[in-house]
Write a protein that binds this ligand. Structure first.
Ligand code: C2E
Ligand code: CA
Ligand code: CA
Length: 578
């Protein structure tokens, strides 16, 4: 706040005598308002600036008390403090809201000085003030700027929250319904990345313009972040209205945009929450609309979804999952199950795949298909992965001690872990700690993990191979890699994804693909493992195609370690018996 350090030359003599010694000419000339009172707080003089700012003529206020100007904004306490300071220090200054004669209230910066006579008695008071209305206008302009999104000119998230709070406040006790839409552009990042930020920015401006055509005056549109918008349609009659509006927005944004002579197509996903049904507060409503938006996106994009309570349940479960997962890492409470891999021709078990199992007292058995992707998203996968590898090492010792010396264990490696800088080193440390040679292990990496053709990926694979690990490409057929591209990787095994095997007997196309994969892998000196084999017909067919190994329920489900050992023993006895 700016304050005026204007010093009045006040003669310390006879103030009540119409202030003739207060160099009246100067006072009249200055742009600050001046008001002089006597010791009883009666106004004895004012200057033209006073008249101009307050709207009162000098004659109207002479003899009055300054409280003719009081706005009613400040309480008694405020004036009490002001007087205390004035009496003690001889002056007071601060921002004060006063009332003009017209009735409107305005802010001023006021400095009041006590005027003493030479013997120390109080003669009166002199107040000098400047009107802060203009500064306040600048402030409100600045505030406005801070509240609008500079690119699109609509509200930003702060303004949205503020406007929503006002809206919801005034909706209390009425029967209003409002629809809160959380909108996210699909594939906007792609536009930005491929065509540049300038095109991205123009697109956002055009999107804003299109949405604005649907707004009524009380509706609120805000850009909430990058390519996220929130829209509040106020006073809707029925949630159906939100459906119509969302459909309209989706159609509007489906129409091509022409930007820098290019035709751009985008789409949008919208989540909807309804006031008061889904909540009475901005944060809750936004949160729910956001969740619904994610749901819409996950279920195919270019559509809208209403918030429904199961989404909340999902969120609660996610929270619980997060907490419990962190605890499980601390307590190392993951277990490994093992699924045998069988050599078709020799009918021998030539290894097992370690599959993580997590049984949590609150969540029950949580499938790795649920918690591994979650852990990958949150980075928890790295400690989990290390925990799993460590456990596989301990189990390898148990197997060896029980006489199963030649059972290589295949470990699944998460792509996130693999692409960590210190991945190779972290693996090496675990094996050194457990005093185990790498050659008893295989690492399964999905096609997606090694798909990016980076030098670093190949370097890591070569290093792992040199350390003695066998390497498998997992879930083959689900990525986009061309077969010939595998040449550059030092791989031992190729695991054909279960989705091909499932319908291998019924779909000729699948048969042809599997056949081609097997041929090609053999030419690249890789052995082929068929995953998810459940039926004897599949085994026969795969055998006829020269597939090397079978893994699947047909032979065994994944088993806990002790059951695996029983299974291995039984298998050997059977083989010997044959
Ligand atoms: P995956 O690596 O493809 O593992 C094979 C999945 O297929 C396992 O599911 C296994 O139980 C299942 N399966 C095996 N044979 C059959 C069959 O004949 N029929 C059917 N329908 N399914 C069969 P699981 O154990 O639920 O694991 C799912 C996925 O979770 C795994 O797919 C893998 O991607 C991941 N995963 C499991 N354990 C680990 C782990 O220790 N580390 C990492 N990073 N990921 C793991
Ligand atoms: Ca696997
Ligand atoms: Ca697999």
């Amino acid at each position: 706040m700016m304050k005026q350090d204007f010093q009045l030359s006040i003669s310390q003599s006879n103030v009540s005598d119409n202030c003739k010694y207060i160099t009246p000419k100067i006072i009249d000339a200055i742009s600050e308002g001046v008001m002089i009172t006597d010791v009883n707080s009666k106004i004895v003089d004012v200057n033209p600036a006073f008249e101009f700012v307050t709207g009162y003529k000098k004659e109207e206020v002479i003899g009055e008390k300054p409280d003719v100007l009081q706005s009613g904004i400040h309480g008694k306490e405020f004036y009490k403090l002001m007087w205390n300071e004035l009496c003690q220090k001889g002056e007071w200054q601060g921002e004060i809201w006063n009332r003009r004669k017209t009735g409107d209230v305005y802010p001023e910066w006021l400095k009041i000085m006590k005027v003493d006579s030479s013997d120390g008695s109080v003669l009166g008071y002199c107040g000098v003030f400047s009107d802060l209305s203009d500064e306040k206008n600048i402030e409100s302009e600045l505030k406005k700027r801070a509240m609008t999104d500079s690119l699109t000119g609509v509200s930003n998230r702060f303004a949205y929250n503020e406007r929503m709070n006002v809206l919801l406040d005034s909706s209390k006790g009425h029967n209003y319904q409002h629809a809160i839409l959380f909108l996210d552009l699909d594939r906007f990042k792609q536009v930005n990345d491929t065509l540049g930020h300038s095109v991205g920015d123009q697109l956002l401006v055009e999107v804003t313009k299109r949405i604005q055509t649907l707004l009524k005056n009380k509706d609120i549109l805000a850009r909430y972040g990058g390519d996220e918008f929130v829209i509040t349609f106020t006073d809707i009659h029925h949630p159906r209205d939100a459906v119509h509006l969302s459909e309209k927005i989706i159609h509007l944004l489906e129409e091509p945009f022409i930007i820098e002579d290019q035709k751009l197509y985008i789409s949008s996903s919208i989540g909807i929450s309804i006031y008061p049904h889904d909540g009475a507060e901005t944060e809750t409503l936004l949160n729910k609309a956001d969740k619904a938006m994610y749901y819409a996106k996950e279920n195919g994009k270019n559509q809208f979804a209403f918030y429904f309570d199961d989404l909340q349940t999902d969120a609660k479960r996610a929270l619980l999952l997060d907490n419990e997962l962190r605890r499980a890492i601390e307590q190392k409470s993951f277990e490994l199950y093992y699924q045998p891999k069988v050599d078709i021709k020799k009918h021998q078990i030539i290894g097992v795949e370690a599959l993580v199992r997590w049984n949590n007292e609150k969540l029950g058995n949580v499938s790795p298909a649920e918690f591994i992707p979650y852990a990958e998203e949150t980075g928890l996968i790295i400690p989990i992965s290390e925990c799993i590898i460590d456990r596989a090492c301990q189990d390898a010792h148990i197997l060896a001690r029980s006489g199963f010396k030649n059972v290589p264990i295949a470990i699944n490696i998460s792509s996130i872990h693999f692409h960590q800088k210190g991945f190779v080193n972290s693996i090496e440390q675990i094996f050194i700690k457990n005093n185990l040679p790498a050659r008893q292990f295989e690492l399964e990496l999905t096609e997606r993990t090694i798909m990016n053709n980076e030098r670093e990926t190949i370097r890591k694979l070569v290093k792992l191979k040199q350390m003695g690990f066998k390497l498998s490409i997992d879930d083959f057929g689900t990525g986009y890699s061309s077969l010939s591209y595998l040449v550059q990787f030092p791989l031992n095994f190729l695991k054909i994804d279960r989705s091909f095997i499932q319908q291998i007997c019924s779909l000729n196309d699948n048969q042809a693909v599997v056949d081609a994969i097997i041929q090609m892998a053999h030419r690249l000196h890789m052995k082929v493992i068929a995953e998810g084999v459940e039926q004897s017909e599949q085994v026969k067919l795969l055998d006829s195609m020269d597939c090397d190994m079978i893994q699947g329920y047909y032979y065994s489900k994944p088993l806990p370690l002790n059951e695996l050992m029983e299974f291995l023993e039984f298998w050997e006895l059977e083989l010997e018996g044959k």
